[in-house]
Design a protein around this ligand. Structure first.
Ligand code: ZN
Length: 472
């Protein structure tokens, strides 16, 4: 919230007289300015646009920040990117999806980008353009989202954008979303059936989640205490980058503590472990900075024990009762493997003797999901198939009576952690153009204070996953 207010303060200072619709001085430079407001997912509205009120903007911004997909939306006046040199006809510097791509190029982080160009009419340049760029992670229905937003609500910006944010975070799995070619009566009956059976399913799910919390709360408490201890032992420093990093790590651990204190279910557990994973990654970044080394890319946690921190290597490992597989491990675990020593596995005691944490597929599902989440809706691969299967079984038990709810789960479980990061992270973004960095950059690149050059024009774009463009 504080950040949001700060953003408005900046906007407030940045009120320029709205230009008449003649040629913009420099569309590329203008896009740099727009991009600088969208380091984090959210909505930026040029002060020259009067169609949206401050409270509408705040609401849209919050919706975009808590969406499952990293969504960035800019609403800009056509005049700012008009190159025609006069007010009589408009020639935008870019056309269609390319307008959204211009924003993506400048922010430089994978995700969904949308630009609503504000004008009196379509011939004046009014239109809505969006694209999803990503090499990894889920695909979103961005093209459909543009169509639906325009069809439902144009030319009213507020409901258009609301519709777009809702629709653009649905994962592109046509089978689940659009498999029901039902209309009218059939849909009504299905709706009624969902309403009746949904209640029982929700109750069952709440009960399950309460049990999970009983198992995970003591583990997480212990982890938070240990991590706080580590953080408090960090040496004080006069180097601004180092002290910023230690402060970020400290804040992150505190955030995890608060989230756990107020925890009610799986999405809280997931958020807590995502935060703890990020804090450990922050410590690694801090070590790197102190040693004068480059900041490492975020990686999956050490498989044997996520408390070991980010993995740095892979080894082949075969459990007593399973097939050999490659697992990501920390440096110490790698060394133990080289020395032929036993791995140090995170053991969890529920009722009887301690067992490896991954044998608790249901109780620790959210715990693992949070640790293995990249924070942008995608996840690192968790290499235990039994664990994944048990989690799937549990979710299908919750959902078998609620068609379509896969998406609600996706949105709620991931959205919360992204929301946290959007609220807490600064506007850092990968600047090396390496796609593997992007996956985690949404939540993790805040450790790096690097920002992409705002010269515009990316040397390399991630794959276009979907997109759409409509004048109206
Ligand atoms: Zn390890």
């Amino acid at each position: 919230m504080k950040r949001l207010l700060a953003a408005f303060a900046v906007v407030g200072l940045w009120v320029l007289p709205a230009l008449p619709a003649h040629a913009a001085t420099d569309p590329a430079a203008y896009m740099n300015t727009v991009a600088s407001h969208l380091g984090d997912p959210g909505v930026y509205v040029d002060p020259g646009v009067t169609e949206l009120s401050e409270s509408e903007i705040a609401e849209l911004d919050a919706a975009a920040k808590s969406a499952a997909a990293p969504i960035r939306i800019a609403v800009i006046p056509a005049s700012k990117i008009n190159t025609s040199g006069n007010a009589y006809y408009v020639e935008l510097a870019w056309e269609g999806e390319e307008i959204a791509d211009q924003l993506y190029d400048r922010v430089g982080v994978e995700g969904v980008y949308a630009v609503l160009v504000d004008a009196e009419s379509e011939s004046d340049g009014r239109g809505f353009h969006a694209v999803q760029r990503a090499d990894h992670g889920p695909t979103y229905y961005v093209g459909d989202a543009v169509d639906e937003a325009v069809d439902c609500c144009a030319p009213n910006y507020e409901p258009m954008l609301k519709q777009f944010i809702q629709r653009a975070q649905i994962v592109d799995k046509p089978f689940y979303v659009d498999a029901a070619p039902f209309a009218g009566g059939a849909a009504g009956i299905i709706g009624l059936w969902c309403a009746v059976t949904g209640l029982g399913a929700r109750r069952e799910r709440r009960r399950d989640e309460k049990n999970h919390l009983e198992v995970t709360r003591p583990l997480l408490n212990e982890e938070i205490i240990a991590l706080s201890q580590q953080v408090s032992e960090l040496p004080t420093t006069s180097d601004p980058q180092q002290s910023k990093l230690s402060k970020d790590v400290l804040d992150t651990v505190e955030k995890a503590r608060h989230r756990l204190d107020a925890a009610q279910g799986d999405r809280d557990v997931e958020a807590v472990t995502t935060l703890l994973g990020s804090a450990r990654y922050g410590m690694v970044c801090l070590d790197a900075v102190r040693a004068g080394k480059p900041i490492p890319k975020p990686t999956a946690p050490c498989f044997f024990d996520p408390r070991h921190g980010p993995s740095t290597d892979q080894i082949e490992w075969k459990p007593d009762d399973g097939a050999a597989r490659n697992v990501d491990v920390c440096a110490a675990c790698k060394q133990r493997d080289v020395d032929d020593a036993q791995p140090q596995i995170r053991m969890v005691t529920r009722v009887e003797t301690p067992r490896p944490y991954w044998e608790f597929g249901e109780d620790l599902g959210a715990y693992v999901d949070g640790y293995w989440s990249r924070g942008d809706g995608s996840a690192w691969w968790f290499p235990d198939s039994d664990f994944r299967r048990r989690g799937e079984e549990m979710r299908s038990r919750w959902h078998s009576r609620r068609p379509g709810s896969r998406f609600r789960r996706f949105g709620s479980s991931v959205g919360s952690t992204i929301g946290d990061w959007a609220a807490s992270s600064s506007s850092g973004s990968g600047d090396d153009g390496d796609s593997s960095w992007y996956g985690g950059s949404n939540r993790r690149s805040s450790w790096s204070s690097r920002t992409r050059s705002s010269g515009g024009g990316s040397s390399r774009r991630s794959s276009r996953r979907s997109g759409g463009s409509r004048g109206f």
